[in-house]
Design a protein around this ligand. Structure first.
Ligand SMILES: C[S@@+](CC[C@H](N)C(=O)[O-])C[C@H]1O[C@@H](n2cnc3c(N)ncnc32)[C@H](O)[C@@H]1O
Length: 452
């Protein structure tokens, strides 16, 4: 019988924690200012990208570009598109692929927002057409409409003209959601000092103005107020839930990945279209399902030691409509059963040693898995790994396990209180039989259904 891996009750599943973590990041309400109120938001903030050189995401999985050219007279809207910190370059690549430079985007390139090195949003100017397309972004966490007001204090947001302007903006979001049959139910104001009398009055005025109750904790119409380069910006999230909270997730597991992070993996690993991939440590199936959704030709076999995880992943795949291309089975990631050198893309989110598994066990599990990965991945094929065992993975790859791999991409991402590593390595041609080693650390493979 496959051994059930140890778990605790903690989850890394996408939810308001990731969303809140973004708003609560150090300096969250005092970001590096971008464009001046009323100024063209495409102006550069001067924020430096945090990713390593050569780490440019290039593939365009599943992105159908919006090709409509921007008419000179087309109305343009200021928006911010948020992502997990660490993924802004991937988001930027996806925005370009979907909206096209000079297509449904204004000519100015998206401007990164957030603390340097932890940018978590792109400020864009888009047409109405492009704005609708933003909801299709898979590496985004939220889309917000932005209004900037050149007023010195938030109290001025309560002035007649400004409030009317603001309510018009929020009402447009409310009407669009109602038309899409996903109506908002209550308004929530987020701001530094949101308990202050001014913010309380503003929240009450906005809620009354759009005809919704106010719910400071759980309101799904999220309105944020923040200082903005000498003035104030008001940002209205356009969807009831974060975009990363996928409709397909009907089943959850401890350690479930944020789907927007899983969606970034194909952008970084760049598999060929129609890839046949393997997903070790599949859990609730996030990596496998997001790959299948990004590439309608992709097929993925996922394995997990835990039969409950397999059942959960199958339910999610079915809800995502990819069950014909994504299969899950009970199996041991250290004994995958695939033929030597047969896999073009291996996706893996092994236990991080806290929500799932234990650090001590990982010292055996990781080397054994890396040895198995080196055996099954074809020369030139890739392993994409998401893990919080950062030191362990570096130690292993700097040791003998590293001889099998060339690092293609490496970045750290902020994810629900963790700071995991997203690593893509490419299999080097085997030399002297090193790729055929059975296991590292003397670990015996566990039983489980073998994939063919
Ligand atoms: C971090 S979780 C994966 C979460 C997954 N990415 C998701 O979004 O739900 C790690 C998974 O590895 C599984 N696991 C632990 N040891 C394993 C092994 N030796 N072989 C296969 N799966 C294993 C656990 O059951 C757990 O589901």
């Amino acid at each position: 019988m496959p051994r059930k891996p140890p778990t605790s009750g903690r989850s890394r599943t996408p939810d308001r924690r990731d969303e809140r973590a973004r708003d609560e990041r150090p300096g969250g309400s005092a970001r590096k200012p971008g464009a001046k109120p009323g100024a063209k938001p495409g102006a550069r903030s001067g924020a430096k990208p945090g990713a390593k050189p050569g780490a440019k995401p290039g593939a365009k999985p599943g992105a159908a570009p919006v090709t409509k050219p921007v008419a000179k007279t087309a109305a343009l809207f200021d928006v911010e598109v948020a992502c997990l910190p660490g993924l802004v370059e991937v988001l930027q690549a996806e925005v370009r692929a979907r909206l096209g430079e000079g297509g449904a985007l204004d000519a100015a390139p998206p401007q990164r927002r957030g603390p340097v090195g932890r940018e978590d949003a792109l400020a864009l100017r888009v047409t109405e057409h492009g704005r609708a397309a933003l909801h299709e972004l898979r590496t985004a966490v939220a889309v917000e409409r932005v209004r900037r007001f050149a007023v010195p204090r938030p109290k001025a947001l309560l002035g007649d003209a400004v409030l009317r302007d603001l309510l018009g903006e929020i009402q447009a979001v409310v009407a669009a959601a109602a038309a899409a049959r996903a109506p908002f139910t209550a308004l929530r104001l987020e701001a530094a000092g949101r308990e202050s009398p001014v913010m309380r009055r503003l929240a009450a005025a906005l809620a009354a103005g759009v005809g919704l109750p106010e719910d400071p904790e759980d309101g799904d119409l999220r309105v944020r107020v923040r200082p903005d380069d000498g003035g104030w910006a008001v940002l209205v999230r356009t969807t009831r839930r974060p975009l990363s909270a996928r409709g397909w997730r009907v089943c959850d597991r401890p350690g479930g990945l944020n789907a927007s992070l899983a969606a970034a993996v194909p952008w970084l690993a760049r598999p060929a279209r129609g890839v046949q991939a393997l997903n070790a440590f599949a859990g609730s199936g996030t990596l496998a399902i997001e790959l299948a959704l990004a590439d309608p030709g992709a097929r993925v076999d996922g394995v997990d030691l835990d039969a409950d995880a397999v059942a959960c992943a199958e339910r999610n795949a079915s809800a995502a409509g990819v069950e014909g291309r994504v299969r899950f089975a009970v199996g041991d990631a250290t004994s995958l059963g695939a033929a030597d050198g047969s896999v073009r893309l291996l996706l893996a989110d092994p236990p991080w040693g806290d929500a799932v598994g234990a650090h001590a066990d990982n010292r055996e599990l990781y080397p054994a898995f890396l040895a198995e990965a080196a055996r099954v991945v074809a020369p030139g094929g890739r392993l994409a790994l998401v893990t919080h065992e950062v030191a362990l993975v570096h130690e292993l790859l700097e040791g003998s396990a590293g001889a099998a791999w060339r690092t293609v991409h490496e970045r750290r991402v902020w994810h629900g209180g963790h700071h995991p590593l997203l690593l893509v390595v490419e299999r080097l041609p085997a030399s002297g039989g090193e790729g055929r080693r059975r296991s590292g650390g003397g670990r015996e493979p566990r039983s489980g259904r073998v994939l063919t």
